[in-house]
Each structure stands twice: as structure tokens, then as C-alpha cells.
Design a protein around this ligand. Structure first.
Ligand SMILES: Cc1cc2nc3c(=O)[nH]c(=O)nc-3n(C[C@H](O)[C@H](O)[C@H](O)COP(=O)(O)OP(=O)(O)OC[C@H]3O[C@@H](n4cnc5c(N)ncnc54)[C@H](O)[C@@H]3O)c2cc1C
Length: 375
């Protein structure tokens, strides 16, 4: 089949790689002039590696990742609240540098099939073809278009003009440092406090990535102007580990993004156009599943296309992925709301609940991630 993939992010490159590997004629169109990534670390759940297991990509990703066994949640006063034990049934949970993941995914798509500086402008469909029009004047016809053009997807806006990303009420800073902390191996730490959250996640080769989230207005100018010293001052009451990580951060290289998600869509399909990744189901990062779900989309779509006729493949993809990703969006939103509360009373109730709950019960709440049907 002649397939176009719009967007060379994690979702687009995974889909393109899997579809190429299974014999399709694939072209990837990316609006930027390079594939270089700006980003820190990512968590890739065992659910994702399990989904990818029949493809070579899984091995490469697992090799380059650092294993993650649990996430410990503590208060800003360093009181242990609970820990999320990561599922290790069959595959590990790993953490990986976004750049490294991208480099791996890129190798599965022939470089002459990735077209940079190709920003999709519009598309027109007949019953079984889609014609794409790019800003640079290029036009091309395909049997199927996989739209992986991210949270601000032009393709989705064309299909659902009213589906716009919703601001979650908090902003996020991220970075990567080379620092040896005296903490348990393969364990991530999250400190939840009145002023926000601070997370520390081990990467390979002695590196760590960190993130912090604080309640803010959308495009809040106060936080836009934040640099390393502002973050150090903001978190100076947080435990030692947080202060050590911020001290180790270089002045440059701190990323800041406001957090958004999408209200779950009823369908990811319009004729021969299929939405995947953030274009279909952008979620807040509280479950560390955005990239993972885009990879699961790519696997499901590839499996189905290679197993049945295109109409029934798209129908089945739609049914499986809308249902599963809706749960991820809503659960992640709920975690964010609870974790970001700044009400003293609500924090007290939440922390007491977390302390009373067994780690096993907490981990069960995300068990559904392992149950996604990928066909
Ligand atoms: C702070 C933060 C932390 C996160 N942490 C995690 C984590 O730990 N684990 C996890 O799994 N996920 C995490 N995520 C989510 C993850 O980064 C995203 O879900 C993932 O990158 C989505 O991939 P995508 O391919 O759908 O979209 P994107 O990565 O956004 O890629 C879209 C691509 O499409 C291109 N494009 C856009 N419009 C056009 C056009 N018109 N024509 C051509 N090209 C176009 C863009 O340039 C881009 O390259 C995090 C996100 C944030 C913001």
C-alpha cells in the first residue's frame, strides 16, 4: 500500500518504521528542516515494549534504555507516601533520552523516504485515495494517510475543528544532568508539595532527568522568565536530592512547556486518514504514557493493516484505540489534579490516603495499561 505519514515525531517514525519493515511503500513528511529533537528523558512502559515485541525495534529500545523498577512518591518534607511498583512480568520499564529514542526509530525508515521542509497544508479525499497538498507546492496521492502531526495537528483540526487542546493548569520544566545521587538503583523519586512536584528519574550512564510542575496561568510570564536560579529559589525548601539536581543543571538547556491534553475523540478515522499519537489523544504526562501510546497506535495499526482489508483494519483500530487511550487521558488528568492541588486540607487528605493504601493497590490502578489489545 502507498502510505504517507505526516510528522516525524515518535509516533510518525514508529509507524513509518513498522510499515516499511512489513513491505509498504511509505513516505514521511516533516515540516521542520531537521529531525533533531529538543527534549529530556522519557519513560517507556513495559506495556509498550510488550506491544513492540515481534518487531526488531523493541530490542534496540530496550538495549538503550535504563531499567526502572519503581516510582517512589514522597512529600516535599521527604515523608514516604507510597511507591508504584512497575510491571516487570515479561518486559522491563525503561527510561531513555528522547534523542536516543528518536535516533533508534529513524534507522528503521530509509532516509530518502523522509521529506523535511514539507508542511502539510490540506488534504482532499475520494473513496479510496487521499491527495496531500504541502506548503512548498508539492502534491501527492496516497492509499492511506497516517496523521502523526502532534498535539496541534492540522489534520485533526480539519476533521474536528472544535477539538482543541485544553490547558491543564500547570507548567513543566525539564532537564538532564550528570549527577550521582545516593539513591536506590532503578528507582525514580517524585516529591509532591504545596508549591508543585519535582521528579528525578535515572537514565543510562549516570545521567538523570528531572522535571517539575507548578500551577500557573497559561503562558504565565512569571514562569516564562524562570532560569536556573529562579528554580533553585523556588524549590529551596525541597529535600536535598532536589537541590543537588538543580545545582548540577547547566544554566542553559532547561525546557519549559505548559501542559495540555485533548478531550477524548469519538473517532480517529476519517475515510482513508487515520490519526495517531498526540494528534489523536494528547494526554498530560502524569502517567508517562504519551509517547508510549503513540507507539502502541503504530503497532496496532500495522498489525491490523497486515492482517485484513483496509476498511475493516481502520474500523478495528478505531474501536481499540479510542477506548484505551480515553482511559489514559482521563486517568492522567485525574492524577494531575490530585498531585497539583495546593489546598492544605486536600494535600493532607491525599497524603493520608496515599500512606494508607498498599503499594500493590496503588500499582493495580494502572494495571489496565498492560491490557491493551493490539491484535
Ligand atoms: C513535559 C513532557 C513530558 C513527557 N514525558 C513523557 C514520558 O515520560 N513518557 C511518554 O511516553 N511520553 C511523555 N510525554 C509525551 C510525549 O512526548 C508525546 O506524547 C509524544 O512525543 C507524541 O508523539 P507524536 O509523534 O504523536 O507527536 P510529536 O512528537 O509532537 O511529533 C509531531 C511531529 O509532526 C510535525 N508536524 C506538525 N505539523 C505538521 C505538518 N502540518 N506537516 C508536517 N509535519 C508536521 C512536528 O514538527 C513533529 O515533528 C511527555 C510530554 C511532555 C510535554
Amino acid at each position: 500500500m502507498k502510505i504517507a505519514v505526516i510528522g516525524a515525531g515518535i509516533g510518525g517514525l514508529t509507524a513509518a518504521g513498522l510499515l516499511c519493515q512489513t513491505g509498504h511503500d511509505v513516505s514521511v513528511y516533516e515540516k521542520r528542516n531537521s529531525l533533531d529533537q529538543v527534549g529530556a528523558g522519557l519513560g517507556i512502559g513495559s506495556n509498550v515494549l510488550k506491544a513492540l515485541k515481534q518487531y526488531k525495534m523493541a530490542y534496540a529500545i530496550e538495549q538503550e534504555g535504563a531499567s526502572l523498577r519503581k516510582i517512589e512518591i514522597r512529600s516535599d518534607l521527604d515523608v514516604f507516601l507510597n511507591s508504584l511498583i512497575m510491571n516487570q512480568d515479561e518486559h522491563e520499564n525503561i527510561t531513555i533520552h528522547r534523542n536516543v529514542l528518536h535516533e533508534i526509530l529513524k534507522t528503521y525508515v530509509p532516509s530518502d523516504r523522509i521529506y523535511l521542509n514539507h508542511e502539510l497544508k490540506e488534504f482532499k479525499q475520494t473513496a479510496d485515495t487521499v491527495r496531500l497538498y504541502f506548503e512548498n507546492g508539492v502534491e501527492e496521492k496516497f492509499d492511506l494517510v497516517v496523521a502523526a502531526d502532534g498535539i496541534h495537528s492540522k489534520v485533526r483540526t480539519n476533521i474536528y475543528p472544535k477539538a482543541i487542546p485544553k490547558y491543564a493548569g500547570y507548567t513543566c520544566f525539564r532537564g538532564v544532568v550528570n549527577e550521582n545521587l545516593d539513591i536506590e538503583q532503578e528507582v525514580a523519586l517524585e516529591y509532591w508539595g504545596h508549591k508543585g512536584r519535582f521528579g528525578i528519574v535515572p537514565l543510562k550512564d549516570n545521567e538523570l532527568y528531572w522535571f517539575c510542575t507548578m500551577n500557573a496561568k497559561e503562558n504565565d510570564l512569571k514562569f516564562k522568565s524562570f532560569e536556573k536560579p529562579h528554580l533553585q529559589a523556588y524549590f529551596n525548601q525541597f529535600p536535598n536530592e532536589v537541590r543537588k539536581v538543580l545545582d548540577a543543571q547547566e544554566e542553559l538547556g532547561i525546557l519549559q512547556h505548559d501542559m495540555y491534553d485533548l478531550a477524548p475523540l469519538k473517532s480517529f478515522i476519517s475515510g482513508r486518514v487515520v490519526l495517531i499519537g498526540d494528534a489523536a489523544h494528547a494526554t498530560t504526562p502524569n502517567m508517562g504514557q504519551g509517547a508510549g501510546q503513540s507507539i502502541e497506535d503504530a503497532v496496532t495499526l500495522t498489525n491490523l493493516i497486515n492482517d485484513r482489508d483496509i476498511e475493516s483494519a481502520l474500523k478495528r483500530y478505531d474501536k481499540l484505540r479510542t477506548k484505551h487511550t480515553k482511559k489514559v487521558i482521563l486517568k492522567s488528568r485525574k492524577i494531575g489534579k490530585s498531585a497539583q492541588t495546593s489546598s492544605t486540607l486536600k494535600i493532607k487528605i491525599r497524603n493520608n490516603m496515599l500512606k494508607r493504601l498498599s503499594s500493590k493497590s496503588l500499582s493495580k490502578k494502572v494495571k489496565f495499561l498492560q491490557k491493551a489489545k493490539l491484535e
